[in-house]
Each structure stands twice: as C-alpha cells, then as structure tokens.
Design a protein around this ligand. Structure first.
Ligand code: ADP
Length: 430
C-alpha cells in the first residue's frame, strides 16, 4: 500500500512539474497547473468509476488492471473477496454435512425460529408430519394441533418428552422432545414410538389380565383355608402352623393382586374424566380412623391438622383416598409402637399440601429417587415383617401425576420421614 502511495505521489509531482514547465514556456503557469490538476482529478474519478463498476458486477472476475495506489486497492479488495469466498464455501460445506447427516436420521428433526415457525426440517420430519416446502415460516401449531402438544409447546417446560398420536396416521404414536437453543429458537426431535407403545400396552394388558385371572382361584383357596381354620378340626401343631402361614400368604397375595389391579387401572384409564371437587377434611378423617384401627395394639399417636375444613381438590375421591391412605398406612407399618404420626393439610402460594410425618426408623436419602419404583424396598428384611406389597408408593406417584401433583420425600435415619403431596391445582376453599 505504501509503495503504491509513493508511486502515486511521484506520478502527481511529475505531472505538476511538466505542467509548470509548459506553463513557464507559454507564460501561463497557473493555468497550466490548474489544467494538470483537473486532468489528475478526472483520472481519479475514472478509477473510482472502474472500482465501482467492478464491485457492482463482482462475480469471479479478476479486478481491472491498474497501477499505483489504485492497483494496490484493487488487489487488496480482490484478496479480501477471495478469502471471504473461501470461508463461505467451507461454512457451506459444514452446513451441507450437518443437513446430510440429519437427513439420514430416522428421527424427524425440525428447527423453529423464535416465533415458533418452521425454519428447517429433515426428510423424516416431512414423512412423519407431512410438511411441504411451502410450509416454511408457518407456525408448527398449525400442523400439530393436539391440545396436549399445544400445551406442552406453550408451557415451555421441556424436561420430559411428550407422546401423542400422530396427526397424520392415527395408528402411529409419536414422541416429541423440544430443546431450546440460540435466541429462543427451538429444535424438535420427533420419534416414531408406535412399536414401543404397543409393547407397553401389551405389558399393561398382560398385568391387568393376569391379576384378574388370579383373583378367582385365590378367593377359592382363601375361602377353603378360612373354612378349615374355622371348622375347629383337630390338627397337629405343625399343620396348625402351616395353615396359619397359608392364610397369611394368601392374604398377602390378595393384597398384591389388588394393588396390581389398582396400578394398571391408573395406567390404562384416561385421567380427568371423573374428576369432581373432593372435600379433603372428611376424606382425611376417615383415613385417620382406618389408620387408628390398623395401628391397634401399637398404640401410636395419630393426629390430623387441617388448615381449613372446606379445602377441596378437583379429582377422583377413590384415587385420592388410595394415595393418602397408602402414605398413612406406611407410616403406621414402619413406625414402632408408641410412635407419633402427624397428618397435616394446608395451602400456600396457590398450592395444596398434604404431609404425613412419622418418627419411625427413617432411611438414607440415597433411596429417595427409587422409592416410587415398583417393588423397591429400602430393606428386604424390614418389609417382610410389615406385609407390604412394594407397590404402595408407585400407586401414590401415579395418582398424584393424574392430579397435577408430585410427591416430595425427606427422611433421616433414626429420626423419621416426611412424605408430602404437593398439588399445583388452584385450591378451592369455599
Ligand atoms: P411397601 O408395600 O413395601 O410398603 P411402598 O411402595 O409403600 O411398599 O414403600 C416402599 C418402601 O419405602 C418400603 O418398603 C419401605 O422400605 C419404605 N418406606 C415407605 N414409607 C416409609 C416410612 N414411613 N418409613 C420408613 N420407610 C418407609
């Protein structure tokens, strides 16, 4: 650039010197210098015009030939342009590669802009949801109108994926997982989970059918065992012990079957259709007297504190009874004789809370994430004496899910445990 500049300066000086000499010869130095300057300005303007023309029609054409400062300018702009072109090409190659990879995916991938409108999608998304190229820029809600998707999309709580029937093929089941990125843009991954859904359905049906089928033979066996024990038959002590054990085990099996049936009903029936306002205080009073009966000779102190007598929740009374009663029954089962069990109902920040606190043995916090899994027990030995089925907390979790609620658990070894149901429904307190 500096070399070009000194060449240009020399060129100007030579021009002005020649003009001055010619002016001296004709005795018109000023006019000659003016004419020389005019000539130089005209040449400059011509170079600017060439530069402008080249910039306007800049394809791959090399810059116009020039010397001095203009030659340098043309060359530098040309190199800058080449570098940008190379960077653009390598970026385009990366974009093409990403698009090729996501095109090969079996899962649908959809990119939405900040307004929730379609920006880009891969062929699988096109196949699963029937998009056309003309749909770019349209809102995704126009294509997936299922109320649960609209809710999921608008609530913005994308921690868990959503499963709904396909809007295009009703027999298919799709799973949607949304992730935010960039400036409030969203990426949706759509997966065809029809096969998994069918398997899950089969599992649920199998458990429900087996439980129902086992109920009748078990009732017959229990009936005969009871008749035998009531008949006062003269049995030898080992046979009496055996009969006693058989009765205990058949009772336990019947509890297990009932819990399995309850759980599969919770999993398979649509929630919400039978929801009515449920007054909580009378429900808890009846659970309290059931717990007192269960506690029997253990002589535990069972208390109930209700913040309001009129507090209501929208839900199924039967399901809520089952959830609350499972928590209270656990407290009675695991708390030793003369222990304390406190039931409490209150509302705060637009939520309803129900807690069961006991001063039983408690458990290590490492068990908390697993407690609501079926058949999970803190200690096998602890459970064998209590006759639990291992399904109680799984039932509680399902009931709460169906009532916009969640279960919070805290416990300390040797101090006791607190199980709290938190309902995010707006409480009704007439
Ligand atoms: P179970 O029928 O075995 O009671 P649950 O699903 O109701 O099954 O409970 C799972 C496990 O959680 C129990 O086996 C027990 O180890 C533990 N648990 C539940 N409630 C309490 C409690 N109040 N105190 C101590 N441990 C508890």
């Amino acid at each position: 650039m500096l070399r070009g500049f000194s060449v240009e300066l020399r060129r100007l000086l030579i021009l002005l010197s020649v003009c001055a000499l010619v002016g001296l010869w004709f005795d018109h130095v000023v006019w000659a210098l003016l004419a020389g300057s005019g000539l130089y300005v005209a040449w400059m303007v011509w170079q600017i015009r060439r530069l402008n023309k080249w910039l306007l029609h800049m394809n791959d054409e090399p810059p116009p030939e020039s010397s001095g400062i203009w030659g340098d300018l043309f060359d530098n702009i040309y190199h800058l342009q080449r570098r940008q072109m190379q960077e653009k090409n390598s970026l385009q190659a990366v974009i093409n590669r990403v698009q090729e990879t996501s095109s090969a995916l079996r899962d649908g991938v959809i990119v939405l802009d900040w307004r929730g409108c379609l920006d880009w999608w891969n062929p699988s998304a096109q196949r699963l949801l029937g998009f056309h190229s003309s749909d770019q820029g349209k809102s995704v809600i126009n294509f997936i109108r299922h109320p649960r998707f609209v809710n999921y999309f608008e609530e913005g709580n994308y921690g868990e994926p959503l499963e709904i029937p396909s809007p295009r093929f009703t027999a298919k089941q799709l799973q949607f997982q949304i992730t935010r990125f960039g400036r409030n843009e969203r990426l949706i991954v759509v997966r065809d989970v029809t096969q998994l859904h069918k398997l899950e359905q089969m599992r649920q049906d199998f458990v429900a059918n087996v439980s129902h089928e086992l109920r009748t033979p078990l009732t017959v066996i229990s009936g005969y065992l009871e008749t035998l024990s009531d008949s006062g038959a003269d049995l030898s002590p080992p046979w009496k012990r055996a009969l006693n054990q058989m009765q205990q085990q058949s009772k336990r099996m019947s509890l297990l079957i009932n819990d399995l049936i309850t759980l599969s009903r919770l999993e398979t029936t649509e929630s919400g259709y039978n929801h009515k306002p449920v007054k909580l205080e009378p429900l808890l009073l009846s659970i309290k007297s059931e717990a007192q009966a269960l506690s029997g000779e253990k002589n535990q102190e069972i208390t109930l504190e209700c913040e309001s007598k009129e507090l209501e929740l929208l839900g199924s009374e039967k399901e809520l009874h089952s959830a609350f009663s499972n928590l209270v029954t656990n407290a009675v089962k695991y708390t030793p004789a003369d222990g304390k069990i406190a039931m409490r109902l209150w509302q705060a920040h637009g939520q309803v809370f129900f807690s069961v606190r006991d001063n039983g043995p408690g458990f290590d916090s490492k068990h908390i994430p697993h407690l609501t899994q079926r058949f999970y027990r803190v200690e096998q030995s602890r459970n064998s004496g209590t006759g639990g089925t291992g399904l109680g907390l799984a039932i509680v979790k399902h009931v709460l899910l169906r009532h916009d609620g969640e279960l919070q658990i805290s416990s300390e070894m040797g101090v006791g445990s607190i199980f709290t149901c938190v309902f995010t429904q707006t409480p009704s307190d007439k």
